[in-house]
Design a protein around this ligand. Structure first.
Ligand SMILES: [Zn+2]
Length: 403
Protein backbone atom coordinates (compact mmCIF):
# COMPACT_ATOMS: atom_id res chain seq x y z
CA UNK A 1 0.00 0.00 0.00
CA UNK A 2 2.95 2.30 0.70
CA UNK A 3 4.18 1.66 -2.80
CA UNK A 4 0.79 2.57 -4.18
CA UNK A 5 0.60 5.76 -2.15
CA UNK A 6 4.07 6.79 -3.32
CA UNK A 7 3.13 6.57 -6.97
CA UNK A 8 2.35 9.97 -8.52
CA UNK A 9 -1.37 10.45 -9.03
CA UNK A 10 -2.54 11.02 -12.56
CA UNK A 11 -4.00 14.47 -13.07
CA UNK A 12 -7.77 14.39 -13.44
CA UNK A 13 -8.67 14.63 -17.13
CA UNK A 14 -10.30 17.94 -18.03
CA UNK A 15 -14.05 18.11 -18.35
CA UNK A 16 -15.37 17.86 -21.88
CA UNK A 17 -17.52 20.95 -21.60
CA UNK A 18 -14.69 23.34 -20.73
CA UNK A 19 -13.87 25.53 -23.74
CA UNK A 20 -10.59 25.11 -25.57
CA UNK A 21 -8.54 28.21 -26.30
CA UNK A 22 -5.52 28.37 -28.57
CA UNK A 23 -2.58 30.40 -27.28
CA UNK A 24 -1.37 31.98 -30.53
CA UNK A 25 1.72 33.67 -29.09
CA UNK A 26 2.93 30.38 -27.56
CA UNK A 27 2.25 28.41 -30.77
CA UNK A 28 4.60 28.32 -33.74
CA UNK A 29 4.99 27.37 -37.38
CA UNK A 30 8.47 26.36 -38.51
CA UNK A 31 9.67 25.52 -42.04
CA UNK A 32 12.76 23.33 -42.15
CA UNK A 33 15.44 23.82 -44.82
CA UNK A 34 16.12 26.71 -47.18
CA UNK A 35 13.38 28.91 -48.61
CA UNK A 36 12.61 28.76 -52.31
CA UNK A 37 11.00 25.37 -52.71
CA UNK A 38 8.38 23.53 -50.61
CA UNK A 39 9.80 22.66 -47.20
CA UNK A 40 8.79 20.30 -44.39
CA UNK A 41 6.66 22.06 -41.80
CA UNK A 42 6.26 21.70 -38.06
CA UNK A 43 3.05 23.23 -36.75
CA UNK A 44 2.91 23.38 -32.97
CA UNK A 45 -0.33 24.52 -31.37
CA UNK A 46 -0.54 25.32 -27.67
CA UNK A 47 -3.92 24.81 -26.05
CA UNK A 48 -5.25 25.54 -22.56
CA UNK A 49 -6.28 21.89 -22.37
CA UNK A 50 -6.25 18.72 -24.45
CA UNK A 51 -9.28 17.23 -26.19
CA UNK A 52 -10.10 14.40 -28.59
CA UNK A 53 -8.70 15.49 -31.95
CA UNK A 54 -8.16 14.56 -35.57
CA UNK A 55 -6.24 15.90 -38.53
CA UNK A 56 -7.11 15.65 -42.21
CA UNK A 57 -5.77 16.89 -45.53
CA UNK A 58 -8.25 18.36 -47.96
CA UNK A 59 -7.90 19.46 -51.59
CA UNK A 60 -8.97 22.56 -53.55
CA UNK A 61 -7.24 24.37 -52.00
CA UNK A 62 -4.69 22.06 -50.40
CA UNK A 63 -5.16 22.50 -46.66
CA UNK A 64 -4.69 20.86 -43.30
CA UNK A 65 -7.72 20.73 -41.03
CA UNK A 66 -7.34 20.11 -37.30
CA UNK A 67 -10.55 19.47 -35.38
CA UNK A 68 -10.93 19.42 -31.62
CA UNK A 69 -13.92 17.78 -29.99
CA UNK A 70 -14.51 20.61 -27.52
CA UNK A 71 -16.25 23.98 -27.56
CA UNK A 72 -13.92 26.57 -29.09
CA UNK A 73 -13.40 29.87 -27.31
CA UNK A 74 -11.93 32.76 -29.30
CA UNK A 75 -10.68 32.93 -32.87
CA UNK A 76 -7.53 34.11 -34.58
CA UNK A 77 -5.34 34.01 -37.65
CA UNK A 78 -1.74 33.66 -38.82
CA UNK A 79 -0.81 37.16 -37.62
CA UNK A 80 -0.65 36.10 -33.97
CA UNK A 81 1.32 32.84 -34.40
CA UNK A 82 5.10 33.32 -34.73
CA UNK A 83 6.24 32.12 -38.15
CA UNK A 84 2.75 31.56 -39.51
CA UNK A 85 2.30 34.82 -41.45
CA UNK A 86 5.35 34.08 -43.63
CA UNK A 87 4.81 30.35 -44.15
CA UNK A 88 1.05 29.70 -43.96
CA UNK A 89 -0.56 33.16 -44.15
CA UNK A 90 -4.08 31.74 -44.55
CA UNK A 91 -4.04 29.95 -41.16
CA UNK A 92 -7.10 30.64 -39.03
CA UNK A 93 -9.03 29.08 -36.18
CA UNK A 94 -12.27 29.41 -34.29
CA UNK A 95 -15.40 27.60 -33.09
CA UNK A 96 -16.89 25.28 -35.74
CA UNK A 97 -20.40 24.47 -34.61
CA UNK A 98 -21.46 23.37 -31.15
CA UNK A 99 -18.77 21.51 -29.25
CA UNK A 100 -16.17 21.80 -32.02
CA UNK A 101 -13.12 23.91 -32.60
CA UNK A 102 -11.31 23.95 -35.95
CA UNK A 103 -7.91 25.13 -37.16
CA UNK A 104 -7.56 25.48 -40.95
CA UNK A 105 -4.09 25.75 -42.47
CA UNK A 106 -3.96 26.41 -46.26
CA UNK A 107 -0.66 24.80 -47.31
CA UNK A 108 1.89 26.25 -49.76
CA UNK A 109 2.20 22.89 -51.59
CA UNK A 110 0.74 19.35 -51.60
CA UNK A 111 1.91 17.65 -48.40
CA UNK A 112 1.57 14.50 -46.33
CA UNK A 113 1.21 14.32 -42.56
CA UNK A 114 4.30 12.49 -41.27
CA UNK A 115 3.48 12.71 -37.57
CA UNK A 116 0.74 14.10 -35.36
CA UNK A 117 0.53 13.95 -31.58
CA UNK A 118 -1.31 15.67 -28.80
CA UNK A 119 0.10 15.70 -25.30
CA UNK A 120 -2.00 16.45 -22.24
CA UNK A 121 -1.29 19.61 -20.31
CA UNK A 122 1.02 19.00 -17.37
CA UNK A 123 -0.08 20.94 -14.26
CA UNK A 124 0.40 24.66 -14.93
CA UNK A 125 1.41 24.03 -18.55
CA UNK A 126 -0.34 24.05 -21.91
CA UNK A 127 -1.36 21.01 -23.94
CA UNK A 128 0.63 20.59 -27.15
CA UNK A 129 -0.64 19.48 -30.55
CA UNK A 130 2.23 18.96 -33.00
CA UNK A 131 1.74 18.16 -36.69
CA UNK A 132 4.66 17.45 -39.02
CA UNK A 133 4.13 17.75 -42.76
CA UNK A 134 6.40 16.92 -45.69
CA UNK A 135 5.98 18.08 -49.31
CA UNK A 136 4.86 15.42 -51.78
CA UNK A 137 4.49 15.40 -55.57
CA UNK A 138 1.08 16.64 -56.68
CA UNK A 139 0.10 13.19 -57.99
CA UNK A 140 0.97 11.63 -54.62
CA UNK A 141 -1.13 14.06 -52.61
CA UNK A 142 -3.84 12.10 -50.80
CA UNK A 143 -6.72 14.18 -49.52
CA UNK A 144 -8.99 12.21 -47.21
CA UNK A 145 -12.42 11.82 -48.71
CA UNK A 146 -14.11 14.51 -50.71
CA UNK A 147 -15.36 17.93 -49.84
CA UNK A 148 -15.66 18.21 -46.11
CA UNK A 149 -15.35 14.48 -45.36
CA UNK A 150 -13.03 13.89 -42.43
CA UNK A 151 -11.87 10.83 -40.53
CA UNK A 152 -14.75 9.64 -38.39
CA UNK A 153 -12.59 8.63 -35.47
CA UNK A 154 -11.18 10.98 -32.89
CA UNK A 155 -7.80 10.40 -31.38
CA UNK A 156 -7.32 10.88 -27.70
CA UNK A 157 -4.53 12.97 -26.19
CA UNK A 158 -1.45 11.24 -24.88
CA UNK A 159 -1.12 11.77 -21.14
CA UNK A 160 1.51 14.33 -20.14
CA UNK A 161 4.96 12.88 -19.53
CA UNK A 162 4.79 13.70 -15.83
CA UNK A 163 1.78 11.42 -15.36
CA UNK A 164 2.48 8.05 -17.00
CA UNK A 165 -0.79 6.20 -17.53
CA UNK A 166 0.62 2.84 -16.44
CA UNK A 167 0.97 4.05 -12.87
CA UNK A 168 -1.89 2.82 -10.76
CA UNK A 169 -3.46 5.52 -8.66
CA UNK A 170 -4.07 4.94 -4.99
CA UNK A 171 -7.65 4.13 -4.13
CA UNK A 172 -10.19 1.63 -5.36
CA UNK A 173 -10.14 -0.05 -8.74
CA UNK A 174 -12.23 1.88 -11.28
CA UNK A 175 -14.05 0.21 -14.14
CA UNK A 176 -16.15 1.73 -16.91
CA UNK A 177 -18.87 -0.53 -18.31
CA UNK A 178 -20.17 0.24 -21.77
CA UNK A 179 -23.64 -1.13 -22.58
CA UNK A 180 -23.54 -1.38 -26.39
CA UNK A 181 -25.82 0.67 -28.67
CA UNK A 182 -28.72 2.75 -27.25
CA UNK A 183 -31.25 5.37 -28.28
CA UNK A 184 -31.85 5.44 -32.03
CA UNK A 185 -29.40 2.52 -32.37
CA UNK A 186 -31.13 -0.54 -30.81
CA UNK A 187 -28.41 -2.99 -31.90
CA UNK A 188 -29.64 -6.52 -32.57
CA UNK A 189 -33.41 -6.98 -32.32
CA UNK A 190 -35.18 -10.26 -31.61
CA UNK A 191 -38.94 -10.09 -31.07
CA UNK A 192 -39.48 -7.45 -28.39
CA UNK A 193 -35.89 -7.72 -27.09
CA UNK A 194 -33.29 -5.17 -28.15
CA UNK A 195 -29.58 -5.61 -27.61
CA UNK A 196 -29.40 -2.04 -26.27
CA UNK A 197 -31.95 -2.67 -23.49
CA UNK A 198 -30.55 -6.13 -22.68
CA UNK A 199 -27.00 -4.82 -22.37
CA UNK A 200 -28.10 -1.96 -20.10
CA UNK A 201 -29.66 -4.61 -17.84
CA UNK A 202 -26.49 -6.74 -17.94
CA UNK A 203 -24.30 -3.68 -17.27
CA UNK A 204 -26.33 -2.79 -14.16
CA UNK A 205 -25.99 -6.35 -12.89
CA UNK A 206 -22.23 -6.42 -13.54
CA UNK A 207 -22.01 -3.01 -11.85
CA UNK A 208 -23.71 -4.37 -8.73
CA UNK A 209 -21.46 -7.44 -8.70
CA UNK A 210 -18.34 -5.26 -8.99
CA UNK A 211 -19.51 -2.80 -6.34
CA UNK A 212 -19.98 -5.72 -3.93
CA UNK A 213 -16.25 -6.33 -4.41
CA UNK A 214 -15.31 -2.71 -3.66
CA UNK A 215 -14.86 -1.62 -7.28
CA UNK A 216 -15.95 1.86 -8.40
CA UNK A 217 -18.07 1.54 -11.53
CA UNK A 218 -19.27 4.05 -14.11
CA UNK A 219 -21.51 3.37 -17.11
CA UNK A 220 -20.98 5.07 -20.47
CA UNK A 221 -24.73 5.52 -20.73
CA UNK A 222 -27.09 5.46 -17.72
CA UNK A 223 -30.24 4.86 -19.77
CA UNK A 224 -31.48 4.20 -23.29
CA UNK A 225 -29.67 6.96 -25.15
CA UNK A 226 -27.45 7.21 -28.21
CA UNK A 227 -23.72 7.58 -27.55
CA UNK A 228 -21.16 8.01 -30.35
CA UNK A 229 -18.29 5.55 -30.08
CA UNK A 230 -15.58 8.05 -29.29
CA UNK A 231 -17.73 9.53 -26.52
CA UNK A 232 -17.72 6.13 -24.84
CA UNK A 233 -13.93 6.08 -24.70
CA UNK A 234 -13.79 9.69 -23.59
CA UNK A 235 -16.22 8.85 -20.78
CA UNK A 236 -13.87 6.10 -19.59
CA UNK A 237 -10.92 8.49 -19.59
CA UNK A 238 -12.98 11.12 -17.80
CA UNK A 239 -13.80 8.58 -15.10
CA UNK A 240 -10.12 7.67 -14.72
CA UNK A 241 -11.00 4.06 -15.51
CA UNK A 242 -8.47 1.27 -14.95
CA UNK A 243 -10.38 -0.92 -17.39
CA UNK A 244 -13.09 -0.52 -20.03
CA UNK A 245 -15.58 -3.30 -20.79
CA UNK A 246 -18.02 -3.03 -23.67
CA UNK A 247 -21.03 -5.37 -23.49
CA UNK A 248 -22.84 -6.71 -26.54
CA UNK A 249 -25.18 -9.49 -27.72
CA UNK A 250 -25.31 -9.09 -31.46
CA UNK A 251 -27.03 -10.90 -34.28
CA UNK A 252 -24.87 -12.99 -36.59
CA UNK A 253 -25.69 -14.55 -39.95
CA UNK A 254 -27.38 -17.97 -39.73
CA UNK A 255 -24.99 -20.82 -38.98
CA UNK A 256 -22.34 -18.65 -37.30
CA UNK A 257 -21.05 -19.93 -33.97
CA UNK A 258 -23.02 -18.87 -30.91
CA UNK A 259 -21.85 -18.53 -27.30
CA UNK A 260 -19.81 -15.89 -25.51
CA UNK A 261 -16.62 -14.40 -26.93
CA UNK A 262 -14.19 -11.70 -25.83
CA UNK A 263 -12.54 -9.24 -28.20
CA UNK A 264 -9.51 -7.01 -27.90
CA UNK A 265 -8.48 -4.36 -30.39
CA UNK A 266 -6.27 -5.06 -33.38
CA UNK A 267 -5.73 -3.10 -36.54
CA UNK A 268 -6.76 -6.06 -38.71
CA UNK A 269 -9.69 -8.12 -37.55
CA UNK A 270 -8.52 -11.73 -37.53
CA UNK A 271 -11.61 -13.51 -38.72
CA UNK A 272 -14.65 -12.86 -40.82
CA UNK A 273 -17.15 -12.73 -37.96
CA UNK A 274 -14.99 -10.21 -36.13
CA UNK A 275 -14.73 -8.11 -39.30
CA UNK A 276 -18.47 -8.19 -39.81
CA UNK A 277 -19.13 -7.18 -36.24
CA UNK A 278 -16.63 -4.35 -36.42
CA UNK A 279 -18.14 -3.10 -39.68
CA UNK A 280 -21.59 -3.27 -38.12
CA UNK A 281 -20.63 -1.37 -35.02
CA UNK A 282 -18.83 1.37 -36.86
CA UNK A 283 -21.67 1.63 -39.36
CA UNK A 284 -24.17 1.89 -36.52
CA UNK A 285 -22.27 4.91 -35.34
CA UNK A 286 -22.38 6.46 -38.79
CA UNK A 287 -26.06 5.78 -39.27
CA UNK A 288 -26.71 7.00 -35.76
CA UNK A 289 -26.13 10.59 -36.71
CA UNK A 290 -22.41 11.22 -37.04
CA UNK A 291 -22.21 14.10 -39.47
CA UNK A 292 -18.76 13.21 -40.77
CA UNK A 293 -17.60 10.13 -42.63
CA UNK A 294 -14.34 8.86 -44.03
CA UNK A 295 -11.40 6.62 -43.48
CA UNK A 296 -9.39 6.48 -40.31
CA UNK A 297 -6.28 8.51 -41.00
CA UNK A 298 -3.28 6.31 -41.78
CA UNK A 299 -0.84 8.35 -39.75
CA UNK A 300 -2.96 8.59 -36.65
CA UNK A 301 -3.67 4.87 -37.04
CA UNK A 302 0.03 4.15 -36.86
CA UNK A 303 0.41 6.40 -33.84
CA UNK A 304 -2.47 4.59 -32.19
CA UNK A 305 -0.69 1.29 -32.82
CA UNK A 306 2.36 2.61 -31.02
CA UNK A 307 0.32 3.83 -28.08
CA UNK A 308 -1.39 0.45 -27.96
CA UNK A 309 1.83 -1.53 -27.59
CA UNK A 310 1.79 -1.05 -23.82
CA UNK A 311 -1.92 -1.43 -23.37
CA UNK A 312 -2.76 -4.29 -25.71
CA UNK A 313 -1.01 -7.05 -23.70
CA UNK A 314 -2.89 -5.82 -20.63
CA UNK A 315 -6.15 -5.93 -22.59
CA UNK A 316 -5.39 -9.46 -23.79
CA UNK A 317 -4.61 -10.52 -20.24
CA UNK A 318 -7.95 -9.08 -19.09
CA UNK A 319 -9.68 -11.01 -21.90
CA UNK A 320 -8.09 -14.27 -20.68
CA UNK A 321 -9.22 -13.67 -17.10
CA UNK A 322 -12.77 -12.99 -18.30
CA UNK A 323 -12.81 -16.16 -20.40
CA UNK A 324 -11.48 -18.31 -17.56
CA UNK A 325 -14.15 -17.07 -15.19
CA UNK A 326 -16.90 -17.45 -17.79
CA UNK A 327 -15.84 -21.07 -18.27
CA UNK A 328 -15.79 -21.65 -14.50
CA UNK A 329 -19.25 -20.05 -14.33
CA UNK A 330 -20.49 -22.56 -16.92
CA UNK A 331 -21.12 -19.90 -19.54
CA UNK A 332 -21.02 -21.41 -23.04
CA UNK A 333 -18.04 -20.08 -24.98
CA UNK A 334 -17.36 -20.07 -28.70
CA UNK A 335 -14.43 -21.81 -30.31
CA UNK A 336 -11.33 -19.57 -30.48
CA UNK A 337 -12.98 -17.25 -28.01
CA UNK A 338 -10.35 -14.49 -27.75
CA UNK A 339 -10.20 -12.48 -30.93
CA UNK A 340 -8.80 -9.28 -32.21
CA UNK A 341 -11.26 -6.93 -33.83
CA UNK A 342 -11.01 -3.42 -35.18
CA UNK A 343 -13.77 -2.08 -32.96
CA UNK A 344 -13.29 1.65 -32.64
CA UNK A 345 -14.63 1.51 -29.11
CA UNK A 346 -11.58 -0.55 -28.06
CA UNK A 347 -9.02 1.97 -29.31
CA UNK A 348 -8.31 3.77 -26.05
CA UNK A 349 -4.55 4.27 -26.09
CA UNK A 350 -4.02 3.85 -22.37
CA UNK A 351 -6.97 1.97 -20.86
CA UNK A 352 -7.07 -1.84 -21.10
CA UNK A 353 -10.25 -2.50 -23.07
CA UNK A 354 -12.24 -5.60 -23.98
CA UNK A 355 -15.54 -6.18 -25.73
CA UNK A 356 -17.61 -9.11 -24.46
CA UNK A 357 -20.16 -10.67 -26.75
CA UNK A 358 -22.25 -12.21 -23.98
CA UNK A 359 -24.10 -14.26 -26.58
CA UNK A 360 -26.01 -13.68 -29.78
CA UNK A 361 -29.62 -12.55 -29.77
CA UNK A 362 -30.04 -14.29 -33.13
CA UNK A 363 -29.34 -17.69 -31.49
CA UNK A 364 -32.29 -19.24 -29.63
CA UNK A 365 -30.18 -20.86 -26.88
CA UNK A 366 -28.21 -17.66 -26.29
CA UNK A 367 -31.44 -15.66 -26.27
CA UNK A 368 -32.96 -18.00 -23.68
CA UNK A 369 -29.84 -17.60 -21.50
CA UNK A 370 -29.80 -13.81 -21.76
CA UNK A 371 -33.43 -13.54 -20.68
CA UNK A 372 -32.83 -15.90 -17.71
CA UNK A 373 -31.94 -13.93 -14.51
CA UNK A 374 -30.15 -16.96 -13.02
CA UNK A 375 -27.88 -17.29 -16.06
CA UNK A 376 -27.24 -13.54 -16.05
CA UNK A 377 -26.25 -13.70 -12.36
CA UNK A 378 -23.62 -16.33 -13.31
CA UNK A 379 -22.46 -14.03 -16.10
CA UNK A 380 -22.16 -10.87 -14.00
CA UNK A 381 -20.48 -12.75 -11.13
CA UNK A 382 -17.95 -14.25 -13.53
CA UNK A 383 -17.11 -10.88 -15.10
CA UNK A 384 -16.74 -9.23 -11.68
CA UNK A 385 -14.45 -11.99 -10.35
CA UNK A 386 -12.37 -11.80 -13.53
CA UNK A 387 -11.88 -8.03 -13.30
CA UNK A 388 -10.77 -8.16 -9.66
CA UNK A 389 -8.38 -11.08 -10.29
CA UNK A 390 -6.98 -9.36 -13.39
CA UNK A 391 -6.36 -6.12 -11.49
CA UNK A 392 -4.31 -8.00 -8.87
CA UNK A 393 -2.30 -9.70 -11.61
CA UNK A 394 -1.90 -6.46 -13.56
CA UNK A 395 -0.56 -4.69 -10.47
CA UNK A 396 2.18 -7.30 -10.13
CA UNK A 397 3.12 -6.77 -13.76
CA UNK A 398 3.33 -2.99 -13.45
CA UNK A 399 7.01 -2.25 -14.10
CA UNK A 400 7.05 0.79 -11.83
CA UNK A 401 5.64 -1.15 -8.91
CA UNK A 402 8.00 -4.08 -9.51
CA UNK A 403 11.09 -1.99 -8.79
ZN1 LIG B 1 -23.58 -4.89 -30.43
Amino acid sequence: MLLLAAAPARAAPPRDTAPVTLDGAASSVIAEGRPGKPRPLLIELRLNRSAPWRVALLADPVRLVVDLLAPGSGAGDAEVIPGAAEIVPGLRWGPAGPGRMRVVVPLPAPMAVTAATMTDAAPGKTARLAVRLAPVAADLFQPQGHGSALPQLWDLPQPAAVAPPSVRRPGPLRVTLDPGHGGRDPGAVSGNITEAAMMLQVAREVQAALQQRGVEVTLTRPDDRFMPLERRMTAARGAGADAFISLHADALPAGAAAGAAVFTWTREADDRAARELAARHDRDDLLGGMDLAGQDDEVTGVLMDIAQTDTLPRSQNLAQFVLSELALGRIAIRKRPVKGAAFSVLKSPDIPSVLIETGFLSDSADRANLTDPVWRAELSGAIARAVVAWAEDDKLRDPLLRR
